[in-house]
Design a binder for this molecule. Structure first.
Ligand code: MG
Length: 256
């Protein structure tokens, strides 16, 4: 069921989302060659806790037998690691890497979720283009994230934009509604048919998140049960914000 948030619930979504964005900014400032993804995790967690939030990804259940709950406060996914990278002291960022940070702040009963891919030092033009196209795909999608359009319009716009630029969206993972739960209805694929799916209504809060690879869309899962990699080893990028559907333009809660 897709929930419509009340005015007071939206205020709480704003606050959780504001803190998620603050944590991203703190991580971004710290990114440099030589830092470990575990250090970035600590910085994000500290920022959230200093602002009265907790990192909602920590302890998130895997839902799979034998796979432990997510141990990190953030997902930190380097290069061909698309999503769900577990922060680690041994994972040291190198000049030329790209790293995707996905994090969720939980405060006062509500979640704010956002992801960005960052450059580590100087990166190749190809890597920068992948980051830029992934981010732009989000903005192409949200042109349709308003009353009068359907969810499929958003999905279609994202997928078309990515394909037209020679990249691939992954199909096994998708955006989602968000609110009291990190993952609520509806699922929001990064591909689809325009004119299909639910009608968007003011008060819906959605996490829209293109996950893009420079090569084929095929993925594989790490033996840790969490990390998702590109099958062909190509680079990948991720860009996500929590948005509010309004009567007019959507409000991007994790950019406020
Ligand atoms: Mg996320």
């Amino acid at each position: 069921m897709v929930t419509i948030k009340s005015k007071s619930e939206i205020e709480k979504m704003r606050e959780a989302s504001r803190i998620a964005n603050l944590a991203q900014k703190a991580v971004e400032k710290a990114i440099r060659p030589g830092i470990s993804t575990l250090e970035l995790d600590r910085i994000a967690e500290r920022t959230m806790r200093e602002n009265g939030a907790i990192p909602a990804e920590k302890g998130y259940p895997s839902g799979m037998r034998g796979v432990p709950d997510f141990p990190g406060s953030i997902c930190a996914s380097v290069n061909d690691n698309i999503i769900h990278g577990i922060p680690s002291e041994a994972n040291i960022l190198q000049e030329g890497d790209i790293v995707s940070i996905d994090l969720v702040a939980y405060k006062d009963g509500f979640n704010g979720d956002c992801a960005r891919t960052y450059a580590v030092g100087k990166i190749s033009d190809d890597a920068q283009r992948l980051i830029d196209i992934t981010k732009q795909a989000f903005f192409e999608g949200i042109k349709y994230a308003k009353k009068g359009f359907r969810l499929g319009d958003v999905s279609h716009a994202i997928g078309e934009f990515v394909n037209q630029n020679g990249f691939s969206v992954i199909k096994e993972f998708e955006g989602h509604g968000i609110g009291r739960e990190m993952h609520e209805d509806p699922g929001i694929p990064n591909f689809g048919k325009a004119g299909r799916g639910i009608r968007l209504e003011p008060g819906m809060t959605l996490a829209i998140e293109p996950m893009v690879t420079a090569g084929l869309p095929d993925i594989c899962q790490d033996e840790d049960g969490w990390s998702i990699w590109t099958y062909d080893g190509s680079l990948s990028a991720h860009y996500e914000n929590t948005i509010l559907i309004t009567e007019k333009e959507p409000e991007i809660l994790t950019l406020a």
